[in-house]
Design a protein around this ligand. Structure first.
Ligand code: HEC
Length: 153
């Protein structure tokens, strides 16, 4: 029995080491986590802006380009969140302390974005600009909703 407990204890200890190691490996330093999430947001924002220019009539609607951008935005919407690690509220960042004080609300805002960008990607594939307009507006609402609470100006 004692041996059993020892083995279980060792197993737990090992998995804890592996887990903490995995996150440490993904982002060696807090600065790396910040750089990573900002890069993702930058790509997401650029691709999303391209769709915005089309639905606002600033550039001609190109269904193929719009569909590709919408797919990129969908993929990007899933990436920034693990990079909001402890200790990354300081430095070259606009992340507000509320992110770590209200994790449930922050997670909700992420889920909302992920849901809306999935609809955006679907709308991109229909080739109808009206569909894209609707999904663009809903997605933009999800961006703003989070920025208002969790990103400083
Ligand atoms: C769940 C919250 C959340 C959602 C949703 C969200 N963002 Fe952000 N965004 C942030 C936070 C927090 C930052 C600040 C990151 C930092 O400075 O570390 C940020 C930063 C940015 C930046 C600045 C990146 C840079 O270069 O510093 C852009 C651009 C951006 N977001 C675009 C978007 C767009 C476009 C959407 C919607 C398609 C969106 N975001 C949705 C939380 C969110």
């Amino acid at each position: 029995m004692k041996k059993m407990i020892k083995i279980i204890g060792l197993g737990l200890w090992l998995s804890a080491v592996v887990l903490s190691n995995a996150s440490a490996q993904q982002f060696g330093k807090p600065e790396d986590a910040i750089k990573y999430r900002k890069s993702v947001f930058f790509v997401m924002g650029t691709q999303f802006g391209q769709i915005g220019s089309m639905v606002q009539g600033k550039v001609p609607y190109d269904p193929k380009v719009a569909a590709e951008s919408a797919s990129v935005v969908e993929v990007m919407s899933k990436l920034p969140w693990p990079a909001f690690t402890e200790g990354t509220d300081k430095g070259e960042t606009k992340a507000k302390g509320e992110i770590w004080m209200e994790p449930g609300k922050f997670k909700e805002a992420q889920d909302k974005l992920i849901a809306e960008t999935a609809k955006l990607a679907t709308a991109g594939k229909t080739g109808k600009i009206e569909d894209l307009k609707t999904a663009f507006a809903a997605t933009a609402g999800a961006c703003k909703n989070c920025h208002d609470s969790f990103r400083s100006k």
